[in-house]
Write a protein that binds this ligand. Structure first.
Ligand code: SF4
Length: 376
């Protein structure tokens, strides 16, 4: 199903992967477990023989979620709940929901109440990662998830199952990193939209199949120099609606590095070698910054500054999800620290339900025009 896709097919599927996941489920009879971002160990779910699917919101209209979540809850949380309640809920045999910020705190309880017959589990990875107890916590939480899946689906896994799953998931990330290397140097070889669709779809389909597609795409990339591209760093949590990438492609911006949760933060999730449970816990501490609420407030800035120094792009583009309290808490300080460094940064505020991007286009074009004129 996902082993021999062209870049055009990948981009189409990334926009709406659910019909293909539905078909795959019908053909394989396998269990599908959804999880919201971030940090749920997909390798664990896959080791059970289940398909882990990252829930990445929907651009479809909100009908039921507004009555369950306040208006000032972020559109990612609202649209994920809507996705499950109105559109794709019946596809899933279970959900594992992490807590990453105040909005997602106990959000799993709302899901539990609304899906009384479906498996709903929480995954509470610590956000304060500089304490020694955090390692112990992640490992215990991973073991608790394994025990919970085992009890609900009456299945056991071994260390060997986990190791095989880890190898497959690591391979997936390594392949995408290779493609990223080519994209940085040769922006003509793959568009921003195609590249980030590879990551998005990787988070949602069977890697045993999709890695075959990635190998073919990697081998077929045309290494041709492009002209007139402006290199940028992209940051934020997700970049939605995905048509934003069309705007980047249209005005020839080349994303050479990013700090997106649906981007490099996912690729940083390579699990080191060793005892699989220890290694899965260790991975949590190697990932980039997500939410400042319970973490070092300077970490996000330091990571962006390091990326800027390494790749020397022309600017940073920050995709801000409206009502994301984590970003809103973090942004004023980040903006002022970035400004002090003399780094141009443009902030785009969007929602998953944003239908028209004309205002985004105008502001983006104006920003990069003024950048050429050296007025920023
Ligand atoms: S971190 Fe932001 S986008 Fe993610 S769930 Fe929390 S409020 Fe929503």
């Amino acid at each position: 199903m996902w082993e021999n896709l062209s870049l055009t097919e990948v981009t189409e599927l990334a926009k709406d992967p659910y019909p293909s996941i539905r078909k795959w489920k019908k053909e394989t009879g396998k269990t599908i477990v959804g999880s919201t971002i971030a940090d749920v160990p997909e390798e664990v779910i896959y080791a059970f023989g289940f398909l882990p699917v990252a829930l990445l919101g929907t651009n479809k209209p909100l009908k039921k979620a507004p009555s369950l979540l306040p208006d000032n809850a972020c559109s990612l949380a609202r649209s994920n709940l809507e996705l499950a309640l109105s559109y794709e809920g019946d596809l899933f045999d279970g959900f594992v929901l992490p807590q990453v910020c105040d909005t997602t705190q106990h959000l799993s309880d709302i899901w539990r109440i609304n899906f009384p017959n479906t498996y709903v589990e929480s995954f509470l990875a610590p956000r304060q990662v500089d304490r020694e107890s955090a390692r112990y916590w992640v490992k215990e939480e991973t073991e608790r998830l394994i025990a919970s899946l085992s009890a609900r689906f009456n299945k056991k896994i071994t260390d060997e199952d986990l190791k095989r799953s880890i190898v497959l998931h690591n391979e997936n990330k390594a392949l995408i990193k290779e493609i990223y290397e080519v994209k940085r140097k040769y922006p003509v070889s793959i568009t921003n939209k195609e590249f980030f669709s590879l990551i998005k779809l990787s988070m949602q389909v069977d890697k045993a199949e999709f890695n075959q597609t990635l190998k073919k795409i990697r081998d077929s990339l045309e290494k041709k120099e492009g002209e007139g591209y402006t290199e940028i760093i992209l940051t934020g949590i997700t970049c939605d609606p995905p048509e934003i990438f069309d705007l980047f492609d249209e005005i020839k911006l080349n994303v050479v590095a990013d700090a997106l949760v649906t981007g490099s933060r996912y690729l940083q999730g390579v699990v080191p070698e060793g005892n699989p449970l220890d290694a899965l816990a260790e991975r949590h501490f190697k990932r980039g910054f997500y939410s400042p609420i319970h973490d070092n407030v300077y970490k996000g800035f330091k990571e962006l500054k390091a990326l800027f120094d390494q790749y020397k792009p022309k600017a940073i583009v920050y995709i801000h999800i409206e009502f994301c309290e984590s970003e809103e808490y973090d942004m004023p300080d980040l903006k002022s620290m970035i400004k002090k460094e003399g780094i141009p940064m443009h902030i785009l505020s969007t929602e998953f339900q944003t239908l028209s991007l004309s205002h985004v286009r105008t502001r983006l074009q104006a920003f990069f025009e003024s950048l050429k004129g050296g007025t920023l």
